[in-house]
Design a binder for this molecule. Structure first.
Ligand SMILES: Nc1ncnc2c1ncn2[C@@H]1O[C@H](COP(=O)(O)OP(=O)(O)O)[C@@H](O)[C@H]1O
Ligand SMILES: [Mg+2]
Length: 436
């Protein structure tokens, strides 16, 4: 639908890694230009870092100390709450004051202000600048991190999440989009020219209407591509081999706010969100289980499914069997694919005159998924020139790791939230520290 609307009003857009133009409406994204300044010229936009469902994120210089910062510019419709109620501001701040040991593991919020634009009034959050997300680094087709690095960053996230849960915080949106690599300390002192030399000049694409009609004031005159993941990956010494958790927009402390609506990306969504619309620390454990798999494999555990929750449940049942009651009865498509006991339906096949029954699809298993890592045909072709963080071609997991990681993920991905292990147990699991 979104693409259709683009085609009608705009043409000639050059990038696929940018926010949808449909987000630029009154109440939507702010139309930002490179060079734009905020707060009496204190902050100046110099590059683009990324975007999400609710914001675009820009690299800016803070002229008060010449350092580099990230500006998260929220959609106007997501900016109406007072800042002390906005989770992406108050949660990271509370984390940093309450949990001194988390400071290296979660993005720091330095400042926030509001700005009025033709698109409405926008909340702007000034954050510590970080690098690309885990998703950006290992994007399609299935590049994955070096095995030791995958375990190290998984452990860092486990450590942060363990501390958060211990203090009563829920993250609520744990995915590879929201875990970012840290940049090396020297990067904060870079000049604009250093940024262009070490990464790249911003690439922009002019926005043109098909009809020749003038752009509305809330529509941007060009879109800017974020620093590309290959530039980040291949620049020596720019990224640290460590991560920070970002995006606390779905986070809460102790109790979810009364208007709380769980929103984590579908492929990481726990069954209690799908069926009961509730998300506590156990839902973080489920999302983190999916995320650990994705970090190690370079591809999601449950494939990208656009927005079909029924397709996701089908994958869950194929892998873990029948859902507990009353969720099983609430899963409308169950009779289409499964028998009452959760096994795939059978169909008859004729061999000569004998009829045989066979399942309509094969069952999935964590073990099969883990054994498939590193054994796909295109391994050779997709692994060259990807920089030191990426796993060399064709490296499968050894039997001990398949067993160990299968054990960890199996316990994190139990259907019933009360049956899942807690972060207390996750963090002590041998997968993080074993020698494989
Ligand atoms: N501090 C930061 N430094 C660098 N890039 C960032 C930072 N914060 C966010 N980003 C980039 O912008 C994207 C969107 O930010 P996020 O906080 O996840 O917004 P949303 O709430 O809209 O999903 C992230 O996936 C990441 O690529
Ligand atoms: Mg996000």
């Amino acid at each position: 639908m979104a693409a259709h609307w683009h085609l009608e009003r705009f043409y000639g857009l050059a990038f696929d890694d940018v926010e949808s133009l449909q987000g630029y409406r009154y109440g939507g994204f702010a139309p930002i230009s490179l060079g734009q300044e905020f707060v009496n010229r204190r902050y100046k936009v110099i590059h683009k870092l990324g975007y999400g469902a609710f914001s675009t994120v820009w690299l800016a210089r803070d002229r008060s100390n010449q350092g580099l910062v990230a500006l998260k510019i929220m959609q106007a419709n997501a900016s109406s709450k007072p800042s002390h109620e906005l989770a992406e501001i108050h949660i990271p701040r509370s984390l940093h004051t309450m949990l001194p040991r988390i400071q290296d593991l979660s993005v720091d919020v330095k400042d926030n202000f509001k700005v009025i634009m033709p698109s409405g009034e926008h909340q702007v959050i000034v954050m510590q600048m970080a690098g690309p997300s885990l998703f950006d680094i290992s994007d399609f087709p299935s590049r994955r991190l070096r095995a030791d690095l995958a375990r190290r960053v998984s452990y860092q996230v486990a450590d942060a999440l363990h501390q958060m849960h211990g203090a009563g915080f829920v993250h609520g949106d744990l995915t590879t989009f929201n875990i970012l690599f840290r940049v090396s300390d020297s990067v904060y002192g870079w000049s604009d020219q250093d940024i262009y030399d070490n990464l790249e000049q911003p690439r922009s694409s002019k926005v043109k209407t098909r009809s020749g009609e003038k752009l509305a004031p809330h529509e941007p005159t060009y879109l800017v591509a974020p620093v590309s993941s290959s530039k980040w990956r291949n620049s020596q010494g720019v990224l640290q081999e460590g991560v920070v958790i970002a995006d606390f927009g779905q986070s809460y402390f102790k109790q979810p706010p009364s208007d709380y609506q769980p929103e984590v990306a579908l492929h990481c969504m726990a069954p209690e969100i799908l069926f009961d619309n509730r998300a506590g620390p156990e839902a973080d454990v489920w999302s983190f289980g999916c995320t650990i798999f994705e970090i190690r494999a370079g591809t999601p555990l449950f494939a990208w499914l656009s927005d079909s929750s029924s397709a996701l449940v089908k994958l869950m049942v194929r892998m873990f069997g029948r859902l507990p009651d009353p969720w099983w009865a609430a899963y409308e498509d169950r009779n289409k694919w499964f028998q009452e006991n959760g096994e795939p339906k059978l169909r008859s096949v004729w061999e000569g005159r004998t009829e045989r029954l066979e399942p309509i699809f094969v069952k999935l298993s964590l073990e099969k998924k883990l054994r498939a890592i590193g054994s796909t045909e295109n391994e050779e072709r997709t692994r060259s020139g990807l920089g030191p963080m990426i796993e060399p071609k064709g490296m499968a997991l050894c039997d001990e790791e398949v067993q160990s990681l299968g054990d960890l993920l199996g316990k994190m991905l139990r259907y019933r939230p009360e049956d899942r292990i807690t972060m207390e147990e996750v963090i002590r699991h041998p997968w993080f520290t074993a020698r494989f």
